[in-house]
Design a protein around this ligand. Structure first.
Ligand code: NAD
Length: 468
C-alpha cells in the first residue's frame, strides 16, 4: 500500500482549495463530459483491472464485481447525466401575496472541497459512487479508500488520475493515520462510509471546522417473514441478498424473524437454495467470495462459536478455512449472544422463530435504528403494521437490498445507521448547498411600515399579523 506523506496530503488539499471556484463554474456539459469519461474508464478501460484487483483482494467472483461494483457506478452515472440539467437549474418557489413585488428561487451551489472516506466491502462502488454526485454538483474531492483492499485502492487511484486532474479529484491511499491527517483539514463536506464507531470519530473531527457530514454507517438490519409470506421467493431473494460478497454488505439481512408456522419450510428452502448457489462446498465455490482478511474472518467466526457455547444450533454450513466461511444458518440463538448484539458483516444468519408480531416490533425497537429493514408478507395489514411500528433507513417489501439500486430512492440510515442521504438527486443535494435567493422587483409592503411607527402603521401591522 502506498501511503501519502503529510506534506503531499496538505499540498493536494491546497491545490483543490485554490481551484474550487473554477470547478464550481463548470457547465453542466463539462460535468457530464467528466462523468462519461469516468463511466468509460470503469466500464471499459479498467474493467478487467477492477475484476482482477477485487479477486486478488478477496476472491470476489467476476459476476458479483460486474453487478455490484461496475453496474452500480455506470447506472448512477447514466441516471445523473440524464437529470443533471434539471438538478442544476434554479428552482423557483411560490411568492405569497405578502411578498408581492418579489420572486425567489433555490440554487444548488457546490459545497467546495470534499473528502470521501470509504470502506473495503464494495471498494469501487463506495469510493467512486460518492464521487459522481460530488462532481455533478461542482465540487473538488479527495478520496481515501480502505487500506484493507490495496489492489483495488491502487486501481481506483489509476482511474481517478486517468479521468481527473488532481485539482479536481485525487485519491490518497493510506490507513487510519492518513485518514486522521485528512480529517484535520478544513474540508467543506465529509462523506464517510463505514462503521458507526469510526463515524463518531469523523463527526467529531468535522465539528472542529463545522464541516457538513454525510455518514453512511451500518448496524443490524432485520428481516421479518410473516405467516403469509411466499417462502420460496423469500428464501431465494434472501439467500442472494445475504450471501453475495460473503455477507459483507451494510444492508445485508443481519438476522431473520420468521413466523413459527413458517420456520421449518423457510429453513428447508434456504438450504436448498444455498446448495444450488454454491453446490457441494461453498469454501471452494467460484461463485462465493472470501472474507476480506483472516482477522475479520476470525471476528465473524467468533460470533458463531460464542452463540454455540450459549446453546445455539448451526443447522447448515458454518465451516471455516483461513479467510473463507461457508454460509451458516443458526437457530436457537439466545438474545444476549454476541451475534445478536454486534453487526455480523459476514455469512452467518441467525433465524429466530416468533409467535406474536408485537414481540418482533418490541425487539427491533429495543436496538439502534437499522440501516435497512425487510418485510416478507402478502398481507397489507401486516406490512403496514411493521412499517409504521418500526424505524429504519430504508425498507424493501418482499425483497431485500434492492432499494440501494433504485435510483429514484434516497439511500442512507438514521442516527446510528447514518446521517444524510445519497444516490440520484439526493446525492446531488448532499454535495450542494441549497442557496436561497430572494429578488425584489417592486418596492415591498414592508417599506411602508418602517419607522417611525405611527398609529396608522401600527394598525396596518396589526392587520398583516391577522391576515397573513
Ligand atoms: P471502518 O469504519 O473500519 O473504516 C472505514 C474507513 O475509515 C476506512 O477507509 C478506514 O481507513 C477509515 N478509518 C478506520 N478507522 C479510522 C479512524 N479511527 N479514524 C479515521 N478513519 C478511520 O469500516 P469498514 O470495516 O471498512 O467497513 C465496514 C463498516 O462499514 C460496517 O459497519 C458497514 O455496515 C459499514 N458500511 C456502510 C455502508 C453504507 O452505505 N451505509 C456501506 C458499506 C459499509
Amino acid at each position: 500500500m502506498v501511503t501519502e506523506t503529510r506534506n503531499s496530503i496538505d499540498r493536494i488539499f491546497e491545490i483543490q482549495k485554490a481551484h474550487q471556484y473554477r470547478v464550481a463554474a463548470s457547465t453542466c456539459a463539462e460535468r457530464k463530459t467528466r462523468l462519461l469519461a469516468l463511466k468509460k474508464a470503469v466500464e471499459v478501460t479498467f474493467r478487467q483491472e477492477i475484476r482482477d484487483a477485487l479477486y486478488a483482494d478477496f476472491k470476489k467472483p467476476q459476476a458479483e464485481t460486474d453487478l455490484t461494483e461496475i453496474f452500480a457506478i455506470t447506472s448512477e452515472i447514466n441516471h445523473t447525466v440524464k437529470h443533471l440539467d434539471q438538478w442544476m437549474s434554479d428552482r423557483y418557489v411560490r411568492t405569497p401575496l405578502s411578498f408581492f413585488g418579489s420572486s425567489s428561487f433555490v440554487r444548488c451551489e457546490p459545497r467546495g472541497v470534499c473528502l470521501i472516506i470509504s470502506p473495503w466491502n464494495f471498494p469501487v462502488n463506495l469510493s467512486l459512487g460518492p464521487l459522481i454526485p460530488a462532481v455533478a454538483a461542482g465540487n473538488t474531492a479527495i478520496i481515501k479508500p480502505s487500506e484493507f483492499t490495496p489492489h483495488t485502492s491502487a486501481v481506483i487511484k489509476k482511474i481517478v488520475n486517468h479521468v481527473f486532474p488532481p485539482e479536481e479529484a485525487e485519491v490518497v491511499e493510506g490507513d487510519v493515520e492518513t485518514s486522521t491527517r485528512l480529517l484535520a483539514l478544513p474540508f467543506n463536506h465529509i462523506f464517510f462510509t463505514g462503521s458507526p464507531q469510526v463515524g463518531k470519530v469523523v463527526m467529531k473531527a468535522a465539528a472542529e471546522h463545522l464541516a457538513s457530514v454525510t455518514l453512511e454507517l451500518g448496524g443490524k438490519s432485520p428481516v421479518i417473514i410473516d405467516e403469509t409470506a411466499d417462502i420460496k421467493a423469500a428464501a431465494r431473494r434472501l439467500a442472494w441478498g445475504k450471501f453475495i460478497n460473503s455477507g459483507q454488505i451494510c444492508i445485508a439481512p443481519d438476522y431473520v424473524f420468521v413466523h413459527r408456522s413458517k420456520a421449518e419450510p423457510f429453513q428447508r428452502e434456504l438450504q436448498e437454495v444455498l446448495q444450488e448457489f454454491y453446490e457441494e462446498d461453498a469454501l471452494v465455490s467460484a461463485s462465493y467470495c472470501s472474507i476480506v482478511n483472516e482477522k475479520h474472518a476470525a471476528r465473524v467466526y467468533s460470533y458463531l462459536e460464542d452463540a454455540v457455547e450459549r446453546g445455539a444450533k448451526v443447522v447448515f454450513g458454518g465451516q471455516k478455512e483461513a479467510a473463507r466461511i461457508s454460509p451458516a444458518l443458526i437457530t436457537d440463538v439466545p438474545r444476549d449472544a454476541r451475534i445478536m448484539q454486534e453487526e455480523i458483516f459476514g455469512p452467518l444468519l441467525p433465524v429466530l422463530a416468533y409467535d406474536d408480531r408485537q414481540e418482533v416490533v418490541e425487539y427491533i425497537r429495543s436496538g439502534e435504528k437499522p440501516l435497512a429493514l425487510y418485510i416478507y408478507s402478502s398481507k397489507n395489514a401486516n406490512i403496514e403494521y411493521f412499517l409504521s411500528n418500526t424505524r429504519a433507513g430504508g425498507t424493501c417489501i418482499n425483497n431485500n437490498d434492492m432499494h440501494f439500486l433504485q435510483p429514484y430512492l434516497p439511500f442512507g440510515g438514521d442516527n446510528n445507521s447514518g446521517i444524510g442521504k445519497s444516490h440520484g438527486e439526493w446525492g446531488f443535494k448532499t454535495f450542494s448547498n441549497e442557496r436561497s435567493v430572494y429578488r425584489q422587483h417592486l418596492p415591498s409592503v414592508l417599506e411602508k411600515l418602517m419607522p417611525p411607527y405611527t398609529a396608522g402603521k401600527n394598525r396596518v401591522i396589526e392587520w398583516i399579523v391577522k391576515l397573513f
